[in-house]
Design a protein around this ligand. Sequence first.
Ligand SMILES: Cc1cc2nc3c(=O)[nH]c(=O)nc-3n(C[C@H](O)[C@H](O)[C@H](O)COP(=O)(O)OP(=O)(O)OC[C@H]3O[C@@H](n4cnc5c(N)ncnc54)[C@H](O)[C@@H]3O)c2cc1C
Length: 318
Amino acid sequence: MTSTYFDVIIVGAGPFGIIAAKTYLELNPTATLALLETDTSLGGAWSKNRVYPGMYSQSPLGMIEFSDVPMKPTPQHYKNYVPAHHVHEYLALYAATHIYDGKSIKDRIRLDTRVVSVQKLRSPRDGTGSESRRRGSTWVVGTDCGQTMVCSKLMIATGITSRPYIPFFNTLDFTPPMLHTKDLARLAPMFMESEGVRNVIVIGGSKSAFDAVHMFISAGKRVDWIIRDKGSGHAGVGLAERTPVYYKNSHQILSTRLMSKMSPCIFQPHDHWMHFFHQTRVGRWATDMVWNTMQFAWLKAARCGHSGDASGARPQLP
Ligand SMILES: Cc1cc2nc3c(=O)[nH]c(=O)nc-3n(C[C@H](O)[C@H](O)[C@H](O)COP(=O)(O)OP(=O)(O)OC[C@H]3O[C@@H](n4cnc5c(N)ncnc54)[C@H](O)[C@@H]3O)c2cc1C
């Protein structure tokens, strides 16, 4: 069997696959490069098939795009957080307009192509096909369409949210319809429109769980939200508005140099500022003041103490 040869194969056409292709082609414009994508749309988490109604980016404009092409604001943005379909359109345009040797990144993406096997050849002599032998390729990539491709460089950009994680539930005789938030865009309308579905249980405490809770409550369903007790509660939530005038949203504040020094993050270089804010009395007092004030404002805005039910969503604090 003959195989198609590429200098580079990238598995996954999400944001990282696309930027990996751009970076490589920028340096080697004549390289033969293919992106293999199992979905029928590019974008990964921002694929047309995964973007559900009400999904917004958690990162604001300026932090959600690639540095060489600023994302244009959209009228539907909220405090500079953008609707997910806008992110998808940005990625699609980015892939279509980055052209190398007459071929855009988009043209190099093979959609609906799942990589099912990858084999590293021990030596160039093991190559399948004369082309690969000549160029000394070292990877053989198999797809679910039965194709075999050979390349000398392989990049894996498959992300961490492509494969749904569904824990085992012992539901005995009761087998409710179940959906993972990866399929929210495709299946949620069916659940929302069905009169037979009156109660929804959402399991999980991160972004897509928040969105699912909001989506089903807005559709008039009764929602029970379950978050495991060993994970410190739901993911951190910040308030988009109520920031000092200069900053458009809380992300911008948290990304300032001053705030990053006040964060006890272990990746921060240990400089004089870190020493001051975390190892002196005055600095620790100032740091505590800032975080406590922010925490107070966010808890108040989340109205966790507003009703008996909502108090369960109060994050576990140290
Ligand atoms: C609901 C949600 C909201 C998010 N919001 C934000 C946000 O606001 N800001 C932020 O920075 N991040 C956010 N993220 C994180 C998000 O994962 C990243 O922004 C980004 O999509 C990661 O890019 P990636 O290319 O590494 O992975 P993905 O975007 O996951 O792309 C991986 C691609 O690989 C493909 N793939 C996987 N296996 C194979 C295979 N065997 N063969 C072929 N193709 C394969 C997948 O189909 C997918 O298209 C969010 C994630 C989710 C799920």
